[in-house]
Ligand binder design. Structure first.
Ligand code: HEM
Ligand SMILES: [Cu+2]
Length: 638
């Protein structure tokens, strides 16, 4: 045992033990009952759970739009929806999946799991965390309410100018898209900062850089990608709004603007976005594999380095989305090369995972099944990606269903499959109950077969020349059979998701009780009860090993000396994780919600008049003043 502080004063965890300590900490860190308590909470687990549920809700809504599109495309000249609705459907689908599901789900899982995995009591900046969730929720509701009010966007998920500009998109449709971006990116950036600071400064003593779980590394790198990528799209969408509302000509070549600038700004974000969606997938896989292979990860250093390399390289590829815009040949060659290069760190990761499984004694429970599905689908998507990196091939299949097939293989293979596996894996931690394995197998096989039946034929439709974003096609084109097959696959896939939803709902009440560590995993989130108490850990663990629970079979050594009279956590050094400070963590507050409402009203108002920004500044300032009003809380102590 090591003592974080020896100073005396208020009550410390050294003076209490067992249930008395738990109860005391539970009171200090707990969330008050009732509506006000729920709205003011800053507990990362409660907010994380909300984030996860909300992101799944958007996955479901995005899935519904996809289903309508698939039904429309099942037969030639079908009249289910017209061209105008179809435009809105694919725009809502793409935007929801990328901005309201893809980015938030990784952050949501991080908000819940990272503080537990690094052994701390709450995320860094917990009020900012609450604020981010409310902003995200408002942005999502804003987009979907606009859609229901028939002012939903219809310009595709990347809203290219000049189509989305003032000239070709009058009305409010493109504005709702652009402002939804502002909402979700604001919340995305805030969460990324929280994760970065939590990982750098709040790791349990002894968790040196080379003992950080690969899961945490992946989400840490991911947060950096978010910090550098998201501002680019915020610029793109803000410039777009300025052009549309204020009469600037940033993207208007006739007045000295530059339309191609929009594509550069968008894809400087848009390609890293693919990794923002994929890296959480790698995080899930890296946590699931060692547990079910029952051995430590093979090639820890290689995995971490390839994550970092992926992070850097992801910023050097964006122009491969612009091969048909007429680039200089040297530029095209450079981006072809860099696009192929990124297959190396990705391949290395896959190699390490396979080696871990190879050398272990795999137990084929549902989480590992989904990881196997991930290998198969993601690698197939990677292969068509390498094909697309070649300019002549891309020029041929650009804007066809070949591309639609490719990006669903990487997005669903790289994110959704590991995610479902991750939910099977951590559901017992979240809820205290296990999901059914029998339904899990049904879930997996329906999803896996449905996915491939839906998306594999799209490669062929694309090679046969079927363009994306068309609401219908003539019978003479000869795409009908393949399209019908795709729709059948989508229905099977949907059935798989229904089984998943059913499993979750049924297991919440009737699942087997999990206990603290049902899978016999090695990382710290399993060192505490399921679901974890408000304080996460009664005593902060002292980390001596990369898989602490495997190394310390007799119980973890702990650090003592933290206050039990107010919210206090350990701040540690960046590299060695040596304890440095006892810091007071912010208490619940209603102001983050008030600030989010003020920001929301301002953002929504500003698509109608630019003056909303001026007027909105007043309530925002008022809310921030309440939020940061000095408290008479204890100072941080060395
Ligand atoms: C759940 C099963 C899914 C099905 C059946 C599905 C189906 C489709 C279809 C039919 C299109 C429109 C093709 C077109 O007309 O151009 C599409 C576009 C798209 N999908 Fe999906 N999708 C699914 C899941 C996802 C997921 C999970 C993501 C991302 C994480 C995603 C991202 C996109 C994007 C970015 C587009 C392009 C939208 C645009 O053209 O602006 N999809 N999808
Ligand atoms: Cu890309």
């Amino acid at each position: 045992m090591s003592d974080v502080a020896s100073a005396t004063g208020d009550l410390r965890d050294t003076n209490l033990d067992g249930p008395a300590l738990s109860a005391r900490l539970g009171r200090v860190w707990g969330t008050r009952r009732g509506l006000l308590g729920a709205l003011a909470t800053v507990d990362h687990k409660i907010i994380g759970r909300r984030y996860i549920v909300t992101a799944f809700l958007f996955l479901f809504l995005g899935g519904l739009t996809a289903l309508v599109m698939r039904l429309q495309l099942a037969r030639p000249e079908s009249g289910l929806v017209g061209p105008d609705t179809y435009n809105q459907l694919f725009t809502m689908h793409g935007s929801t999946m990328m901005f309201l599901f893809g980015v938030p789900i990784g952050e949501a899982m991080a908000v819940y799991l990272v503080p537990l995995m690094v052994g701390t009591r709450n995320i860094a900046f917990p009020r900012l965390n609450a604020f981010s969730y409310w902003v995200y929720l408002s942005g999502g509701l804003f987009l979907w309410v606009s859609f229901l009010l028939n002012i939903g966007p219809d310009v595709g998920w990347f809203a290219y100018v000049p189509l989305s500009g003032p000239e070709y998109s009058p009305g409010k449709r493109a504005d709702t898209w652009a402002q939804m971006i502002t909402f979700t990116e604001l919340s995305g950036l805030a969460v990324a900062i929280e994760i970065i600071v939590t990982v750098l400064k709040q790791r349990a003593p002894g968790m040196t850089l080379d003992r950080i779980p690969v899961f945490v590394w992946a989400l840490f790198v991911n947060s950096f990608i978010i910090v550098f990528a998201l501002p680019a799209v915020m610029l793109a969408s803000t410039f777009l709004i300025l052009d549309r509302l204020v009469g600037t000509h940033l993207f208007n070549p006739a007045e000295g603007g530059d339309a191609l600038l929009y594509q550069h700004l968008f894809w400087f974000f848009g390609h890293p976005e693919v990794y923002i969606i994929f890296l959480p997938g790698t995080a899930f896989v890296s946590a699931i594999i060692p547990t079910f292979a029952r051995r430590e990860t093979f090639g820890y250093l290689a995995l971490v380095l390839s994550l970092i390399a992926t992070g850097f390289l992801s910023f050097g590829l964006w122009v491969h989305h612009m091969f048909v815009t007429g680039l200089p040949q040297l530029g095209a060659a450079f981006f072809t090369a860099s696009s192929m290069l990124i297959a190396i760190p990705n391949g290395l990761q896959i190699f390490c995972w396979i080696a871990t499984l190879w050398d272990g004694r795999p137990v084929w429970r549902t989480p590992l099944l989904f990881v196997a599905g991930f290998f198969f689908i993601f690698v197939a998507g990677g292969l068509s990606g390498i094909m697309l990196a070649s300019v002549p091939i891309d020029t041929q299949v650009h804007d066809t269903y070949f591309v639609v097939a490719h990006f669903h293989y990487v997005l669903i293979g790289g994110n959704v499959f590991p995610l479902i596996g991750a939910i099977y894996y951590w559901f017992p931690k979240f809820t205290g109950r296990l999901l059914s394995e029998r339904l899990g197998a049904w879930n997996f096989w329906l999803t896996f077969v449905g996915f491939n039946v839906a998306f594999f034929p799209m490669h062929i439709s694309g090679l046969m020349g079927m363009p994306r974003r068309v609401y219908t096609y003539g019978p003479e084109m000869g795409w009908g059979h393949l399209q019908l097959l795709s729709t059948a696959g989508a229905l099977i896939l949907f059935a798989g998701f229904l089984v998943f939803a059913w499993n979750v709902i049924a297991s919440l009440r009737r699942g087997d009780v999990a206990g603290a560590n049902p899978w016999n995993s090695g990382t710290l989130e399993w060192a505490t009860a399921s679901p974890p108490p408000p304080q996460n850990f009664d005593r902060i663990p002292l980390v001596t090993h990369r898989e602490p629970l495997w190394a310390e079979r007799g119980g973890l050594p702990v650090v003592t000396g933290l206050s039990v009279g107010h919210r206090e956590l350990v701040v540690s050094s960046v590299a060695e994780a040596e304890p440095q400070l006892r810091e007071t963590s912010p208490a619940p507050s209603i102001w983050p919600l008030a600030a989010a409402i003020a920001v929301g009203v301002t953002f929504i108002g500003s698509i109608f008049t630019p003056y909303a920004v001026l007027w909105g500044a007043l309530p925002i300032a008022a809310a921030l003043t309440g939020w940061f009003w000095p408290k008479t809380a204890a100072e941080d102590e060395e």
